[in-house]
Design a protein around this ligand. Sequence first.
Ligand SMILES: [Zn+2]
Length: 84
Amino acid sequence: MKKKIVENAIVAYIHCSTCINDRPSDTSPKDWSRTQFGWTPKGFQIWCNRCEINVGAYDLCGNKIKYDFTLIPDNEKGLISPKK
Ligand SMILES: [Zn+2]
């Protein structure tokens, strides 16, 4: 079994509004979703592979971002080497 390193702290999921309503009743949004998340020159984008459409494109307006190491349990922090 793969070791779980980071906790899931997501409070609201983003789904494709075009195909989420086509989801079979016995399929969860998680299992139905076929989205990709990726970085763009300005920020990040969410893309629906099923519909081949943009779900969301976000501009970080030049703000710096950093990885949230607080989500990693203390006993596992030694497994990574963040840049200093
Ligand atoms: Zn879709």
